[in-house]
Design a protein around this ligand. Structure first.
Ligand SMILES: [Mg+2]
Length: 175
């Protein structure tokens, strides 16, 4: 009961970027207000490996609209109340977990996965994301703006100068 489109990404870059060119490194710099070079932000000053990026389209609003059209066409809105959407999303998270089950640790980029396995993962992650977007819509949460507000709070809670390289929870830090 879900439409997926594994070829398209979620549009996070557009949603959170505050730089004119959408560059994530510029984003990091402008968010923390320092002149820290991106290459010095990780790996002790070494240049980080090239990072994977999403396509700029569709945006989160595009995805909200696509899913709204999908449900309208099928008269499924009567089933898509917030609690039902939450349950559906959690079910889809379980489907993602199934793909990782019994594999042990998996390296970034999933080098040992077959193309069909990667496509299945793309489908299930899309299911999770589509339900998340619809849940936010039905709860009247403007998700792109909410992400910006939450990331600002996360930066306050976890100042890079204090937590660099540590996985401690914020309650474990002392001034
Ligand atoms: Mg699924």
């Amino acid at each position: 009961m879900m439409a997926t489109n594994g070829k398209h990404a979620c549009g996070f870059k557009e949603a959170v970027s505050v730089s004119s060119n959408g560059n994530k490194e510029d984003f990091a710099k402008s968010q923390n207000g320092t002149e820290t070079e991106p290459s010095k932000m990780r790996n002790g000053g070494r240049v980080p490996p090239e990072r994977f990026t999403f396509s700029p389209r569709p945006t989160i609003e595009d995805i909200r609209r696509m899913q709204a059209e999908f449900t309208d066409e099928r008269d499924w809105n009567k089933f898509h109340q917030p609690r039902n959407l939450l349950m559906a999303m959690v079910g889809e998270v379980g489907e993602v977990a199934e793909l990782f089950q019994w594999r042990g640790e998996v390296a970034e980029g999933l080098p040992d996965w077959t193309e069909p396995e990667r496509e299945q993962l793309a489908h299930e992650l899309s299911d999770v994301f589509i339900y998340l977007v619809e849940l936010a819509e039905k709860c009247r949460v403007d998700l792109p703006q909410a992400v910006i507000r939450k990331m600002a709070l996360n930066r306050l809670k976890y100042p890079a100068s204090k937590v660099h390289g540590s996985a401690k929870k914020y309650t474990e830090y002392t001034d």
